[in-house]
Design a protein around this ligand. Sequence first.
Ligand code: ADP
Ligand code: MG
Length: 401
Amino acid sequence: MQKRTVRDLRDEELKGKRALVRADFNVPLDSNRQITDDTRIRAALPTLRLLLDRGARPIVLSHLGRPKGKPEEKYSLRPVAERLAKLMHKKVTFVDSTITPAAIDATLALPDDELLLLENTRFLPGEESNDRALSQSLSKLGDLFVNDAFGAAHRAHASTAGICEFLRPAVAGLLMERELEYLGRVIGNAERPFVAILGGSKISGKIDVIEQLLPKVDGMLIGGAMACTFYRAMGLETGKSLVEEEKVELARTLIDKWGPRLTLPHDATVAPSMDDGSRAHDVARNMIPKDEAMLDIGPRTAESYARAIASAKTVLWNGPMGVFEKPPFDKGTNAIAHAMAEATGKKTVTIVGGGDSAAAVAQAGLEAKMSHVSTGGGASLEFLEGKTLPGVEALDDGDSK
Ligand code: ADP
Ligand code: MG
C-alpha cells in the first residue's frame, strides 16, 4: 500500500501527542437511541488501542446519520461514547461540541490512557462541502491525523479529506489499512484463479464494478435480479422478475464481449411474489413462468457456483444471490456464504463487499470465516470501480520500499 499508516509513525511522532482519529461510528440506533449493532465501533478498536499503547492521546471524530449541518439530539454521538468506554475498558469523555474553545481545551487537558469523543461532525455546516475554514478549525483538535473511517473515505468532507491540508502527519488507521490491502488485491494482483460473484438487485449500480473486474477475473458468476436483465438479453422469458429494460442492450454487449468468462445461473427459484415463499419452486432458466418472478438462484446453480469457489484462490463477492431477507429465497445467498467460509479454511482469500452482502454473511453467522468483510458499502463499491477515494488520497504517501 502506498499510503503511510499509523504503524509507520515514529515514537516521537506519537508519544504524548493528540492523535485526532476520524472513525466511522455511524451505528444504527433504535427509537430509544440504543445502539443495535456496534460492529463499526469494534472495527476501530485496534487503532485506538495501538495509539494508547504507544503513548498517544486519542481524540475521536465521527459522523452519525444525516443531520443537515446543525445539531439534532437524535444524531448525538453520546450513546457511542458509553459503548466505546465499555469496549475499550477505558474512560471516554464525551464533549457535546466539536470545534468550540471548550472542545479544544478538552483535547489539551486529556490525561494519558483516556479517550475523548467529540460531537457529530455533520452538525457542522461545511463538513459535507469540505469547507476550508472548517478543515482548518478541525486541525486544531490534534497534533496528528489518523483516518480509520474507510466507510466515509469516498466522500470529500472536511473531517475526511480537507483536514489533511492543515494537519500532518496524516496517516491511515489499521482498519483503513486492512480494507485497502484486501480490496486492493482484487483490483491489483489477485492470486489466481480469481473468481468474482456479483448479485443484488440492479445492474445499473454495479456496471462500473463489472466492467472493471471482467478483464481481471478468471470467472464472473452472476446472481440476484441482475441475472434477469442478462436473461432478457439472451431472449429468455423472465416473467415478473425485476428487469432493467434500459440495461438489456448493455447486458447483450457484455455477453458478446466476455461470453466464456461470464456465467449466468442455470436454474432459478421462482414464485408468484416474494411474499409467497410457500409457493416457491425451482425451474430451469428457460422455464420461468410468465406470471412468476425469479427470486433466487436455483439449487443446481448454487452447487456449481460452490464448486467454482472451491477451486479458486481468490474470491470476491458483492451482492446477494436472491431476496435473502425472505426465506426460502435466502438459500442461494447462504450457499455462497458457506462455500466461501469453507474455502477460507483451505487458504483461499475470501472478500465480501457491499452492505447487504455483509448483512447476509452476518445473518449466516460466518463473518469470522471470511478473510475480509468490508465495513464500507459505498466506499468499497467505488474502490472496486477503480475510483480514488478522497479520504485516502489526502493521506501522507508511504515510503516506497
Ligand atoms: P450490496 O448492498 O451487497 O451491494 P445490493 O444492494 O446490490 O447488494 O442488492 C441487495 C438487494 O438485492 C437485496 O435487498 C435483495 O433482496 C435484492 N435482490 C437480490 N436478488 C433479487 C431478485 N432476484 N429479485 C429482487 N430483488 C433481489
Ligand atoms: Mg445494498
